[in-house]
Design a protein around this ligand. Structure first.
Ligand code: ADP
Ligand code: NA
Length: 334
C-alpha cells in the first residue's frame, strides 16, 4: 500500500431489501392476517455500513450482488455517495430479502432470503484490492468470500475492520485468519460468543447477563475482562484492536498496538430527542469508525464522532435513512 495513496475503503458485503409488515401480532402457524402497512427499505449490513462510510465523508465502494429488482437500491446507495463500480446485478437472482413482521406489541419476527448475496463471482476467490487502503467486512455473505478478501487485504497491508454479525460458528471462529485483521468491532453479546467459542472446554462461561440489568461499572468490569481474555487467547492475534459497543452504555476500546493495555470507555452520545429506533446503530458506528480511521484522526476523536452520529441515528427511524451526514454530526459534536 503506497503511503501516498489517498484513503479509499472497500466494503464487501450484503445488500437487502427489507420489507416491514405492520401487524396486530406475529402470524401464527396456519393463520392469515392482513398487515396495516408495508414499508420497504434498503438494508443489509454491507450496504448499511458502506452508506454510513459515505455519509461520514469517506471514499467508499460497495462490493456485492443484487438482482434486477434491486436497481433502486443501487441508485439510493449512489445518491448517498457510495461507489457502485463493484456492485454486480445478477440476471437470475433476486436481491436479498428480509421479510419483517413488526407487531404492535413490539415483537419482531424475520424471514431472511440471501438471494444474490450468496452468489460467488469468479473474482471472489482472488479479489482485486488495488487502490484500496481499508476494507470493511461483516458476515452476511458466504464466509469463503469474506475470508478471501481478508486474506488478500492482509497480504496487501490494508487496514481491515471486521464486524462478525451474524456470529460465526465456534469452528469457524477458531479457523479464522485473525492474523490478517486490524480492528474487530463487536457488541457485548458477540464478545461473549467469541470467548465461548475459544474456551470450548471451559465450564466457567457464565450465562450472559442482560446488559440493561448491569450497572455501568459492573458492565465495564466484565466486558474489559472479556476483551483482555480475547486478546490473550491463542486462537486470536495480539495485533488486533478491539471495540466493544454497549448500546446505551457507549463503548469500550482497546488499542494495544502502541504497547498500551488500557481499556478506555466512552459514554454514548447524548440524545437531544426521544429514542426512536436503534436499528442500524451498530452499522452507523462501523461506517463512521472506518471513515474516521481514513482521516487518520486521533482514536478518541474518531470514536466521539461515531458516538455522536449513533445518537442521531437512534433518534430517527430506519437504518440507512437515520445515518446523519458528517456536517450534522460535527455540528452536534461541537
Ligand atoms: P449493535 O446494534 O451492533 O448491537 P449497539 O446496540 O451497541 O450496536 O449500538 C451501537 C452504538 O449506538 C452504541 O455504542 C451507542 O453509541 C449507540 N446506541 C445504541 N443504543 C443506544 C441508546 N439506547 N441510546 C443511546 N445510544 C445508543
Ligand atoms: Na435508527
Amino acid at each position: 500500500m503506497p503511503s501516498s495513496s489517498s484513503p479509499k475503503c472497500l466494503v464487501r458485503g450484503s445488500i437487502n431489501i427489507d420489507e416491514f409488515f405492520a401487524l396486530p401480532h406475529i402470524v401464527r402457524p396456519g393463520e392469515t392476517i392482513s398487515s396495516t402497512s408495508l414499508t420497504k427499505r434498503a438494508g443489509g449490513k454491507g450496504a448499511n455500513q458502506a452508506y454510513a462510510v459515505a455519509k461520514a465523508g469517506g471514499n467508499v465502494d460497495l462490493d456485492g450482488c443484487i438482482g434486477q429488482d434491486g436497481e433502486w437500491v443501487r441508485e439510493l446507495l449512489k445518491s448517498g455517495g457510495v461507489g457502485d463500480g463493484r456492485l454486480e446485478t445478477l440476471k437470475n437472482e433476486l436481491t436479498g430479502r428480509a421479510i419483517i413482521q413488526s407487531a404492535s406489541d413490539g415483537e419482531n419476527s424475520i424471514v431472511l432470503h440471501a438471494g444474490a448475496n450468496h452468489h460467488l463471482s469468479s473474482s471472489s476467490s482472488s479479489p482485486n484490492l488495488q487502490n484500496y487502503t481499508h476494507i470493511l467486512l461483516q458476515n452476511e455473505i458466504p464466509l469463503s468470500s469474506t475470508l478471501s478478501y481478508l486474506e488478500e487485504s492482509g497480504k496487501k497491508g490494508l487496514i481491515s475492520i471486521f464486524n462478525p454479525s451474524p456470529m460465526l460458528s465456534s469452528e469457524e471462529l477458531r479457523q479464522f485468519p485473525w492474523k490478517d485483521l486490524s480492528w474487530l468491532i463487536v457488541n457485548e453479546g458477540e464478545l461473549n460468543d467469541l470467548l465461548n467459542a475459544f474456551n470450548s472446554n471451559s465450564s466457567e462461561n457464565e450465562k450472559q447477563k442482560n446488559i440493561d440489568d448491569l450497572d455501568l461499572e459492573e458492565l465495564i468490569k466484565i466486558a474489559s475482562k472479556g476483551i483482555l481474555e480475547l486478546h490473550e487467547n491463542s486462537f486470536f492475534s495480539k495485533k488486533i484492536n478491539i471495540i466493544c459497543t454497549l448500546g446505551s452504555k457507549g463503548i469500550l476500546y482497546f488499542n494495544p498496538i502502541n504497547g498500551n493495555k488500557d481499556i478506555g470507555h466512552l459514554k454514548a452520545g447524548k440524545l437531544l430527542n426521544k429514542l426512536k429506533d436503534t436499528t442500524g446503530a451498530g452499522d452507523c458506528f462501523a461506517g463512521y469508525f472506518v471513515a474516521g480511521l481514513m482521516r487518520n484522526e486521533p482514536l478518541e476523536k474518531v470514536l466521539k464522532t461515531c458516538l455522536t452520529a449513533c445518537a442521531i441515528c437512534v433518534e430517527n427511524e430506519g437504518a440507512m435513512g437515520s445515518v446523519p451526514n458528517i456536517e450534522a454530526t460535527l455540528a452536534r459534536l461541537e
